[in-house]
Design a protein around this ligand. Sequence first.
Ligand SMILES: [Zn+2]
Length: 375
Amino acid sequence: MSRPQQPAGSATHQSLSLHVATVAGIPIRIHFTFFLFLAWIGFSGGTNGGVSWSLFLVAVFFCVVLHELGHALVAKRLGVTTRDITLYPIGGVAMLEGRPKPKQELWISLAGPAVNLVLAVLIALVIVLVEGSFPRLDLGMQHSSFLTQLWIANVMLAVFNMIPAFPMDGGRVLRAWLGLRMAEARSTQIAGGIGQGLAIILAVTGLRTQSFVLVLIAIFVFVGAAQEISGTVTRSFLEGHILADVMLTRFRSLTSGESLDTAANLMIHNAQHAFPIMNGDEVIGLLTRSQLAQGLTEDGPTGYVARWMLRDFKVAGPNDPLEQAVDRFSQADPSPILVMEEDQLLGILAMENLSEFIMLENAKARRVQPTQRRI
Ligand SMILES: [Zn+2]
């Protein structure tokens, strides 16, 4: 189903989900809301076949896992890492690391729906063998056998996901196909616009036929497209820039023997959020805001910075592309990157520097050229 590519938020979804299996090195997790959903279906079904309905849903979600594995395994073959696969009541999410190129995205996005098509063909073959006739696409599903219902679910999963609108796979296929011909920001805007147009048609149809589900899907599609467009436009501001363009070059560092109180005072008076810890000319650690706070709580102001600094800090070169650096900030690890050339510390890049840079680039891009200005 949908596959957000930003690692942001991964900490929260990891802590609220249960790791159930690992396939080809990819952890598969189930979000706690999924268990609530299953329990609710089981109980609310009551005498009305609740348990068999739950079993059917488990079977459908097994197919959804295979769909996500389709994305993840093709991604792996093309050199794109999948952080994990998480199951939510609305479907599965395969979290990719970094951003695939249009050609990679095209194949990765097609792989999920292709899995459901293959499953549909296999299930249809079993139905023909067992029941003697080809299944009918009866969407009411009440009178169909378990296998026929599963066949319908897979046909629907393939068709629904190929709708050319974000966050469905079809939207990504469209963006990737356009992306082979034009810049990413442009292709996302066009694909997102088409998705939003479809969402409006869906919403109007839903309102006219009083179908609440259709209106909900329309809102889901509309918001998904808007997020994808703004994310890509933001990213396009980073294109062509290197770390040296954005990094903090005037900063204070501390030595390992200094106290947490010294660090706290510097943070207040210099508005610097992290301090490199030096031993002579060598960087031996990084004291971040959260490390400092934790140290003050446990050791008090006289504690040493050396006890609380991160020894395993992020390092990048001044000429590294900014787009790569962005992927190294996540909710789980928002700590700044130290920009170094050989062993020499040149600057610091924190998330705050990046968001200020994006804000200023955005302001420049919005400036109306004098010749275009209306009188
Ligand atoms: Zn998918």
